[in-house]
Write a protein that binds this ligand. Sequence first.
Ligand SMILES: Cc1cc2nc3c(=O)[nH]c(=O)nc-3n(C[C@H](O)[C@H](O)[C@H](O)COP(=O)(O)O)c2cc1C
Length: 340
Amino acid sequence: MKATSDDSISAPGGKSSGARGPSALCQLLGVSQPVIQGGMVWCTNAALVTAVGRAGGLGTLGSGSMYPEELRAEIASVQEAFDGRFAVNVPLLYPAAEQHMQTIVDAGVPVVITSAGSPKKWTSFLKEHGVTVLHVISSAVFAEKSQAAGVDAVIAEGFEAGGHNGREETTTLCLVPEVVAAVDVPVVAAGGISCGRSMMAAMALGAAGVQMGSRFVATQECPAHDKFKAHVLAAQAGATKLRLKSVTPVRMLDNVSGGFSHLVAEAEARSAGVEELREILGKGRAKQGMRGGDLLEGELEIGQVSARLHDIPSAGEVVRDVVAEFEQVRAALASPSFHW
Ligand SMILES: Cc1cc2nc3c(=O)[nH]c(=O)nc-3n(C[C@H](O)[C@H](O)[C@H](O)COP(=O)(O)O)c2cc1C
């Protein structure tokens, strides 16, 4: 797809201008396609990020599950393999966030996607070092605060998304136009997007681009365990739920019967307190499940769109197929046969 300078779409009430359409986003990120592979704990590495970047999208290392030396090594591997732009995601509540920020600026990482915390503290530091900053939000109010903090773009992530999620439970379809109307910076849509059709829907709502997570878990390069990937492909509608809302809301995939998600569901059904839920969650379950392939005891994070995933392509194919289908749908919608 070739983005043009006047290609933004205004959502009702939106403050749209060409300055924040897909071409503006591509220029901001230094990529040719407005497609971002989101940061994901235990599910990203240099191979995935490089493959996405080579296909024209923005690959992102998820630093939320990396020790500082690990992040340094993964950044170096990306830079060795690929001379294009890429991002690092930093969940701001992560204990190593401060060390990660220093690693990022020392290594000259061009784009940072912050999430899970206030963008106030780090945005100016990153921008002073020439880093482009995007922040993930789940409401128009947080989008306005992010814009006030100086971010270059926001990622509006809806309730469908895999991983940690907003308490508001606003779906992508409702969230994106609200955020587009609230801010002037480019808005990237995330949550429930896996193909050109869903990308088109997001762009019709005023998004300048899309961020996908779950779709990239089910790829050849993703370092998640094969058992987790197979479990994702087997997921049916309704197999993911937003759980642990009183602790940290997270969309999880049901474990095999009797497993971790069932313990959480049973505890939540009897209104267990935060302490008990924290105890059930314990430590290390996300690694155990997604990297270790423990489908009984591990925490398995994935989005609702898992019910639509049926194959394990390469990450480059994902980017190319999504963009190609987007173009087909765009042509079909513009054809006279679509009118009534
Ligand atoms: C396994 C998994 C782990 C994730 N971990 C993170 C994370 O560490 N930081 C973050 O900002 N978002 C995280 N996300 C969210 C993704 O970056 C992305 O916004 C989301 O997956 C988009 O929704 P989708 O799953 O419907 O594509 C995670 C998502 C998944 C599926």
